[in-house]
Structures are given as C-alpha cells and as structure tokens.
Design a protein around this ligand. Structure first.
Ligand code: ATP
Length: 890
C-alpha cells in the first residue's frame, strides 16, 4: 500500500534508496502503476496542476465594468440630476450605464472564455510507464508512484526521485534562478541539509531537461511540489498589455486632455451665452465620457482574444496575445525543413555499402539481402531509440523509425537484437555533434555502433566493413569517395546517415569517454532517406512571396539535401546554388553576416544555437522575423525572434515555453494562414478604431461648432450617451467579423512600428467627423428656420444614421460596398438593422420619447435624415476610390 506522500517531508526524497522508495510507493519499476491504482491515487491526491487564474468570476468582471473612472463620473452625474429632481435623466443615465456594463461584461467574459480554452488546448503531456507500457498521458493525471520517462526538451512534470539517468542535464533556473545546467544522477545522497539545486538525484516540476534521458519516480504532484510552493506567487503575476494596447492607452490619455479642454471651452461658451448651468455641466460631462476612448484597450483585448480563438481553429495556438497583432507585420519566416516544410514521413530510399573496390548508390528496394546490408541495418536497429507501442507501431524520431521499418523488411528483429546485445552505454544524439553512439554487450566483448551525418562519422572511420575480416588494404576508407557518395545522395533531396561500428574488449563502460567510443571505426555504409515536401508547402511559399514575406529554410541537413528540397518547394530558382552553411556562418563577423543575410534563402548544417545569429542579423536590417523551432537548443532563437513558433506535434516542452505561437499540425502552410489571419485581425482593429474615433469626432465637432454658427446646443446629454454607449458599440464590434480584404496577401507587410493612425486614418477621422457635423448642423439650421420644433430629434437621428452609413462604408479599405455585398458580414448587417430599429423606437415609441425627450419625425423629415446619412456613405466611398485609384486601375 502506498504511503500518502503528501504528508511525508517534501525534502527527504534524496536521502532514500530508490528500491525502498519503489516499495514504499507500491510500484514495480518494470511495470509502473496499474490503471486502477492510478485512478484511486487521483481521487486521493487530486490533479497534478497548479492554480490557473485566467477565468475571472462574473462578480469580478462586473466590478471591473464599474471601476472605470468615466463610468464613476457618470454615476455621480446621475446622482446630481436625481438630487435636483431630474429623475427621468437619472433613470436614463443609470439604464444606459447598466446596458453598457452588461455589454462590456459579455465581451470580457467571451474574451476570458476564449483565452481559457486556448490554455486548455495547450495542456502538456508526459511520457509514463503504466500497465507495463510506455504511454503519453496528460501531465495533469500524474500521481505519486508513477514512473516518468524524461528526454531532452521535456519539462519535468512533477517532482521526481531519479531512478536511472543517461547524461541527464537539467536547467533549474525557473526554480532556483541558477542559469547553469546541472548534471543529475540517480545515486543515493547522504547529506540531509542540501539546497534544492544540490539535490542531484531529484528532478523538480517546471525545470527542463536540456540533455540526455532519465527515468524517475513521481514523489510529489500539484501543489505538493517545490514549484507548487511558489505557485501562489507566480499566479499573481499581472497580465501584460500588448504593445498596441499600451500605445492606445497612451494615445487615449493624450486625447483625454484635448477632449477635456474642448469640453471646458464648450462649457464656458454655453454659460456665456446664458444656457442653464446644469445643462452645460451635463453636456460637457457627457461629451467627455463619450469622446474619451477609454474602452479602446479593452475592446482591443476582446478582438485579439476572439482572433486567437479563430487562429486556434486554424491549428495555430497563440501563447501570448500580442502575437495576434504582430503576426501581420512578419516580413521573414525562417522555417525548419524537416516536419514543417516536409512531411517528416521518412522512408529509406537509397543505400551504399562497401562492395569490393567500388561502392555505388543503389535503390533500397532492389537490394539483395547480402551480409553488408544486413549488418548496416542491424547497426541502424541497435543504435536507435524507437520503441514499439501496443498497436505494433514504431514510435520515436521519424528518421529512426524509418530505419527500423527498413530493417524489418530485411528480416532484422529488434527485440531479438536487444536481448542478444543489450545496450550498456550511450552517447545520445545531439544536433551539434550530429551523431549518436550506443555500446552493446556482445558475449564477452562490447560492440559500439555510431550513426550520424556523413561529415561527422566518416572522418572517424579507419576501415570499411567486410563480410570476413582480413585483407586490410582493400578495406581502407577513402573519405573523399564516401563523402562524394553522400553528396550525390543528398543532391536527390535525401537525408543521409552514415553508420559505423567497432568492437571493444569488455571494460567498465563508466571508464569510456565519447572519444574512445567514436574513433577507429569500421564504416558500414550510407543510408539515404526520402522525406517528401508537405502538399500545401509549395502554394504557401508562393503566397508568402506575393505578400512580401521572404521564406527561409534553416536545416541541420546536408547543403545538397537542403538545396534540392528548396528547389522542389519553389523557395529558390532551379539554377540557384546559394546556400550558407553553419560553419560559414560561424566564420562570419556580425557585419559580414548583416551584408549577406537578406540574400540567403537556404541555410544548411546549421545547429540550432546558430539560429539566433540569423534572427539578430535580420532584425538588425529592419526585418520582422518569425522563426520556427522544436528542440531545446532552439529556445534562445525562438525567444529572440519577433514571433517564435514551436511545433505542437514534434516540439519539445522547452521550445513551446519559449514560443509565442504553437503550430498544432507542424505545417508551414499554417504559419502563412496565421499571418493572413493576423493581418485580417489587425485590419479589423483599425476599422474599429476608425469607426469609433470618427463617431466621437462627429459628436465633438457638432457640439463644438454649433455655438460658433449661432445655433443652440444641438443634443441633450442623454442623446450623446445613447449614441456612444449603446448604438455605437454593436456595429463597432461586428467589424471583428469582417472577412479578409481581397488583396490582403498581395500587399507588403505592415511596418511593426507603424502608427495605428497611418495611411490617412487621422485625416479621415477629422474630415468625416467634420462632414457629419456639417450635415447635423445644416439639418438643425434648416429645421429651426422652417419652424420644426422637433429639430433636436432630427440632429440626433442624422448623427445615429450617419454613423451607420459610415460603418457600412468603412467595412473595406479598398473595395466599394457594392462589390463586397451587404450580406458578406451578416453580424454587422444585423447590428446596423438592430441599431436602426432601436433608434426608431426612441423616436416613435411614446414611453421612450418621454425618456429621451424626442418627438416623432414626419416621413419627409426621416427621409432627409436618411439622405444626410447617404451623403456620409457616398463621401467615404469617394474617398476610398480616390485613395485606391492606383490599385483599381491595375
Ligand atoms: P530540420 O531543421 O530540417 O528539422 P534538423 O536541424 O532538426 O533538421 P537534425 O535533426 O539536427 O536536423 O539533423 C542533422 C543531421 O544529423 C541530419 O542531417 C542527419 O545526418 C543527422 N541525424 C539526424 N537524426 C539523427 C539520428 N536520430 N541519429 C543520428 N544522426 C541523425
């Protein structure tokens, strides 16, 4: 029976023998826990998760709606009007505030839901041994007693007492702040007072494996982990605003000063003209409340969160909200080759084995089962970390599973090999060395197998494999010849591996270092693996080029392989031979690289740690860089890139943590789709800002200019509040559903530091606002002149309908509405119709007439208001046509 580990001192695990701990936990190290036991422990210990504070309670959301300074000012105004007996005004203001708060509440709630759903989609998984099988399970389900398997790139999912380790290095900086990686082991430790970082036989939740492999026993989960102890602190970290939100907030503050000044002028002018003081106070106040874009950052959050939700449905999971808005600025996409541009479905296609004097490349299918080939694939099966799952499928690195599958077709049995020649030692693969080695007990002796890139393995070989050892002269390796063979294979777009072996007298493997293992080898031959391009990659690359985005391939593969695939994908011309290799990159100074970086489309034999130089050089030349990565060493480049993109399927936890965006399907085409969506979302945010700011400008101009042209104050405070807090909101938000502009991916990327108000936006805001004001005041003057005492209702209606006309006209920045079709954004059409109906109710329905102090309009008067609105629409269409005259002519 397992002991309740929660009640055992958290710090003592390192002092216990692993066998004793396994017994205490009631777990067999070769079998893991039984599923019934897992369930029972889940009930007892709860989920292995830390508190998640994304979802705010409805009460909190509601409180936030009323914490706005402007809303508080308005509430004060409502109280003041109540005190002086204007009960109707108080009621209307309160109703409007409540409606507005409900609207805000629903929006914030939707945003929270979207973000929480995204968070849930990125629930991490871990590899465990349960019911005698290695399984991938959700990290949340881990319980004390589970046996976890760790490999490079994993985030440690719970507190573990290590049972076995192979070159395990862990980065514990998240927990201890120590930036050096720490070598871990599974030996017993005896010092009872050790700091966390010194307990070398433990691995802690939230830290990351940077190198090697290990098996560990879960001793603490959820809040009972070391990370759990500080989780409370972490969960209070504030949510950062996006750059756009910050810019809008700064802008809003500046604008507030201007608006307050204008309101003061209006107030003073009104008093001087002898208007009632209370009316002027309320007018100035309503105008300030309405015209200060306080809600902009909040609405932007809603638009970004909904955008992130849409992106998730396209398989692009956003980890940080700002990435949604910056995606549209991407000008370079640096992508890995394997798995992102290609399918990562490897297949052995060609082989070359030592054959007398001359070795040639042969198609794998045509090869006879000769001894040399069998030995090559025996090595490939032994020096291999793939494992077979319950469904008889091979799991692991696709390069390795392809080798196993090829070996099986030759009749090689991995299980049999593993039991005849058990692995006693290993030097795991890493993308810097580009090779791996394994040591196997072979009777009394040891056999070493080495597998890796030809350049890293062939120079370590001194002879060629022969069916019968002997005749050493003919068996000498000609490295040039073999490297040429590898180059030829790579020229066909194949990933090439060289395999080698050697025998050693039985030694204590602990005494061996990697150099002893990997020298004086016998070359077994070369294997060429095909990995076809992804079906959509070619088209996605074309789309990038049309959109002014430069796609770049960065791979650890051979330059010839990289070039062949890049040509097949249309990334470079068929005649191009320009490829920069990792060693060349290394030899270059910062300045030299900066000069060349914009002309290179293919990088080969680059190890991930060099990617950061490419990112920096591109950024220094003003590019906005998206970079993909999947391994531990990719993390620095991912962090440094403007948009770091991790692979959801094949990526490591470390890469995911360092990224802003996770590709759920690992597909390059998804990046392009995400950029497209990012551009659409940003366009729509701009449209929203254009719409609201022009509405505000229209109101300010109207009220500001009326006294100048000797007209009475055109609108009552409740009219202003009604327009801004109710009728403006719905159509504005419906702009988020606006489909992509037709030429969206035919225009160059937006500069990342470009102002929101660029491309004539602020001129539009001022001029169209002025036009709306002119129409309002024109109608007001005409109505007063003609003796219509419902002139105020007419101004109110012109303003509302003018804004509806405006929102329809700005739906596209390039296309006229008759080309777009009214029904192409149904939510917006619905919002406009609803707003129209609401306005009609306010004008014609007696109870509302009383509240809003309106009077019914005659059909002719309503027609005039509609005509005025049509003028706004026509003017904006003309402005659009004039601005896009170049493109329309195309
Ligand atoms: P890409 O960027 O295209 O995804 P990569 O950068 O991930 O590729 P690596 O996986 O680092 O490339 O591989 C680099 C080289 O190392 C390969 O060309 C191959 O020769 C060798 N290699 C790859 N996988 C293995 C492996 N499992 N065992 C031994 N050698 C390998």
């Amino acid at each position: 029976m397992a002991t309740d580990t929660r009640h055992t001192a958290l710090s003592d695990w390192h002092l216990q023998e692993t066998s004793a701990l396994l017994e205490l936990q009631g777990v067999d190290p070769a079998w893991g826990l039984h599923h019934s036991e897992v369930r029972e422990r889940q009930d007892r210990f709860g989920k292995n998760s830390l508190p998640n504070r994304i979802r705010r309670s409805v009460a909190r959301l509601l409180a936030e709606q009323f914490s706005d300074v402007m809303v508080l000012v308005l509430l004060a105004a409502a109280v003041v009007s109540g005190l002086i007996g204007e009960w109707v005004d108080t009621l209307v203001i309160v109703i409007i505030i409540v409606l507005n708060a409900c609207f805000g509440l629903v929006q914030s709630w939707r945003a929270d839901q979207a973000l929480a759903a995204l968070k849930e989609m990125s629930t991490p998984k871990s590899t465990v041994l349960r019911d005698g099988q290695v399984q991938r399970v959700e990290t949340e389900t881990l319980v004390p007693g589970d046996i976890v398997i760790l490999e490079a790139g994993n985030q440690v999912p719970a507190d573990l007492r290590l049972l076995e380790t192979a070159h395990l290095k862990v980065d514990e900086s998240t927990l201890t702040g120590e930036s050096q990686t720490i070598d871990k082991h599974s030996d017993l430790m005896t010092d009872p007072v050790l700091a966390l970082g010194d307990k070398l036989n433990m691995a802690y939740r939230g830290t990351t494996v940077t190198h090697g492999r290990a098996k560990g026993l879960v001793v603490g989960t959820g809040l009972a982990t070391e990370m759990g102890k500080i989780a409370e602190l972490l969960s209070h970290a504030s949510v950062r605003q996006t750059p756009l939100q910050r810019r809008l907030a700064v802008f809003g503050k500046r604008l507030a000063v201007v608006v307050v000044a204008i309101c003061a002028v209006i107030f003073v002018a009104g008093i001087l003209r002898g208007e009632p003081t209370l009316l002027m106070v309320m007018t100035a106040l309503s105008l300030a409340v309405a015209a200060i874009p306080e809600a902009l950052p909040a609405v932007v959050t809603v638009l970004l969160a909904l955008g992130a939700k849409k992106l998730a449905s396209l398989n692009a999971l956003i980890r940080h909200l700002p990435a949604v808005e910056t995606l549209g600025s991407v000008s370079y996409i640096c992508s890995d080759k394997t798995g992102t541009l290609t399918q990562n479905h490897m297949r052995v296609e060609r082989v070359a084995i030592p054959a007398g004097g001359e070795s040639v490349i042969r198609p794998f299918q045509d090869c006879a089962k000769e001894a040399g080939l069998l030995q090559l694939f025996r090595a490939a099966a032994c020096c291999n970390d793939s494992s077979c799952n319950a469904n008889n499928q091979w799991q692991g690195d696709p390069t390795e599973t392809a080798l196993i599958e090829a070996a099986i077709t030759l009749g090689v049995d991995k299980d049999q090999l593993d039991s005849a020649m058990p692995r006693t030692h290993e030097a795991p693969f890493d993308s810097k060395r580009k090779r791996m080695s394994t040591v196997h007990q072979n009777g009394d002796a040891l056999t070493v197998f080495v597998k890796g890139s030809p350049e890293s393995v062939i120079p370590l070989c001194s002879r060629l494999w022969q069916p019968e050892p002997g005749a050493p002269e003919s068996a000498a390796v000609d490295p040039r010849n073999w490297l040429d063979l590898a180059q030829t294979m790579a020229g066909h777009g194949l990933r090439v591996l060289a395999l080698a072996q050697k025998s050693l007298a039985s030694l204590d493997t602990q005494q061996l270092n990697d150099q002893d293992l990997e020298s004086g080898l016998t070359l077994l031959g070369l294997v060429g693996l095909a990995d076809p391009p992804r079906p959509q990659a070619h088209q996605a690359i074309e789309e990038c080029l049309a959109a002014g985005i430069t796609p770049v391939m960065i791979t650890g593969d051979h330059p010839a392989t990289a070039l062949a695939i890049a040509k097949e994908l249309g990334l470079i011309d068929k005649s191009s031979t320009t490829v920069m290799t990792g060693p060349q990159l290394l030899a270059m100074s910062k300045e030299e690289l900066a000069k060349q970086v914009e002309s290179v489309r293919v990088y080969a034999r680059v190890d991930p740690s060099q990617k950061i130089r490419i990112v920096q050089a591109l950024q220094a030349s003003g590019q906005f860089v998206a970079m993909t990565g999947d391994g531990v060493n990719d993390a620095p480049a991912l962090k440094h890139a403007d948009i770091g993109i991790a692979m959801g399927k094949s990526g490591t936890d470390v890469a995911r943590e360092a990224s802003n965006l996770v590709l759920l399907d690992d597909d390059f085409a998804t990046i392009v789709k995400a950029v497209r969506e990012g551009r659409r979302i940003f366009d729509n945010i701009r449209k929203f800002v254009r719409y609201t700011m022009t509405s505000n400008s229209g109101e300010i101009w109207t009220i500001f200019l009326a006294p100048m042209v000797f007209l009475p104050i055109p609108l009552l405070p409740i009219h202003i509040l009604w327009i801004n807090l109710v009728t403006d909101g719905l159509p504005g938000l419906a702009l988020a559903s606006e489909p992509a502009e037709p030429r969206l991916m035919r225009r160059p990327p937006r500069a990342s530091d470009e102002s929101m108000f660029a491309h004539g936006m602020w001129q539009h805001i001022l001029a169209v606002g002025l036009l709306i004001a002119a129409l309002c005041l024109g109608v007001q003057a005409w109505a007063i002149e003609a003796g219509h005492d419902n002139w105020q209702t007419m101004v109110f209606t012109v303003l509302t309908l003018g804004q509806m006309a405006h929102v329809i006209a700005i739906r596209s920045e390039s296309q006229p509405i008759w080309k777009l079709g009214l029904a192409s954004n149904k939510p917006l059409l619905g919002a406009v119709l609803l707003t129209f109906m609401l306005q009609m109710m306010v004008i014609y329905w007696p109870p509302l007439q009383g509240l809003f102090k309106t009077q019914a309009l005659s059909l002719g008067q309503l027609g005039l208001c509609l005509l005025a609105a049509a003028v706004v629409w026509l003017a904006v269409e003309l402005e659009k046509a004039w601005r896009n005259r170049g493109q329309i002519a195309q």
